[in-house]
Write a protein that binds this ligand. Structure first.
Ligand code: SAM
Length: 345
């Protein structure tokens, strides 16, 4: 997936294809425009205010506690980029904006967009400094605000709901699993999916305190408190327990350094029973030889900004897994996601 300039009318189409419009120069400026306008409108809650009915500029400025002149210019920006429409009744949302940018739309996608534009963007402001200096900070241990942490957990919950059934279906075990350790399991979506698939399965989730609070309520809501328990702790401390049938390392390795990843994979090896299965889910990265998508490369930069890490290439993940002693390594790519499975001999 790449981003590109698209013509608004036939005349522009001709100008674009003949090279009269310098798309290489306009693309970076418009990309900055779209993210600045959206970030501002989201932080000011413009989309949710516009959701019920069209609003005039002054009314929207009052509702959002903003300056009328500033709101006028912002709304024109949103109109120019096609996020709102306007007529004599004021400004209203387009169908896509209502769907992806408001509370009552597609919640999972909305939380995804909001987390990136409202919260991740704050971390990206430090990208230049971090790339210059190599300075690292891990967002998980110093989130900029409690709001940001709860937006993060909502985003993880939605993302997990989308992906968990896929990997639960993909994973194969040599016997029906009874015990599962979900390392840094977030709001429990994967443990829930596996417990729903395997009725005798019990899951333990190692997580940080704030996530435990949130995740405990998620587990209660689906009625699985008797089968899924949280262990409050740091996965980097070697106290994972032993003899599990399955261990999940899902979307955590990209938050860890090389040494920490190797530690986690080795720890998984020690904590599984013989014949047990390690499952890994990570954003797909092909390594030096393959093509990178815009989203794939951007997300790696986000991890660098937020955790001082990156998306680990598939060959690197395979190497860590084999080095720890795992065999029967199996991988699959689903959309932009890598699934990996490996067995402890
Ligand atoms: C990207 S999320 C992945 C959550 C879940 N596995 C998933 O795939 O949706 C990373 C999770 O790791 C947890 N985490 C980060 N560092 C950790 C650590 N050192 N020990 C335990 N949990 C940690 C965070 O609280 C967060 O829920």
């Amino acid at each position: 997936m790449k981003i590109a300039i698209k013509a608004d009318n036939p005349l522009e189409a001709v100008a674009l294809s003949s090279g009269l419009i310098p798309s290489g120069a306009i693309l970076p400026v418009l990309s900055m425009g779209v993210s600045s306008i959206l970030i501002t409108a989201m932080r000011l809650n413009v989309f949710d205010h516009l959701h019920n009915a069209p609003m005039k500029i002054a009314a929207l400025a009052t509702a959002t506690n903003c300056d009328v002149f500033g709101m006028e210019v912002l709304l024109e920006g949103l109109y120019g980029f096609g996020f709102v429409e306007r007529n004599e009744n004021g400004y209203r949302l387009t169908k896509d904006s209502a769907r992806y940018l408001t509370e009552s739309g597609d919640k999972v996608r909305r939380d995804f967009v909001y987390f990136f534009l409202r919260d991740v963007s704050r971390n990206l402001e430090q990208l230049e400094h971090k790339i210059r200096t190599g300075e690292q900070s891990n967002f998980h241990f110093s989130p900029p605000s409690s709001d940001c942490w709860s937006n993060y957990l909502k985003f993880l919950e939605g993302n997990g709901q989308r992906l968990a059934p896929k990997i639960a279906k993909w994973a194969k075990f040599n016997q029906e699993p009874q015990t599962l350790l979900d390392v840094a399991g977030g709001p429990a979506q994967y443990s829930i999916a596996f417990c729903q698939k395997y009725p005798n399965l019990k899951a333990s989730i190692i997580e940080l305190p704030e996530t435990v609070k949130y995740g405990t309520t998620v587990v209660e809501k689906v009625g699985l408190s008797d089968r899924i328990r949280y262990i409050t702790g740091n996965l980097l401390e070697p106290d994972w327990g032993t003899n599990y049938d399955v261990i999940l390392l899902f979307n955590i390795l990209h938050n860890l350094t090389t040494e920490q990843c190797e530690f986690a994979v080795q720890q998984a090896f020690q904590s599984l029973r013989s014949g047990g299965t390690l499952l890994i889910e990570e954003p797909f990265h092909p390594g030096n030889q393959g093509k990178l998508s815009a989203f794939g490369s951007f997300i790696s930069l986000v991890y660098f900004a937020m955790s001082g890490t990156r998306t680990w290439p598939k060959p690197v993940l395979k190497e860590w897994v084999s080095k720890a002693g795992f065999t029967k390594v199996r991988t699959s790519k689903w959309q932009l996601i890598l699934f990996m499975s490996a067995e402890k001999p």
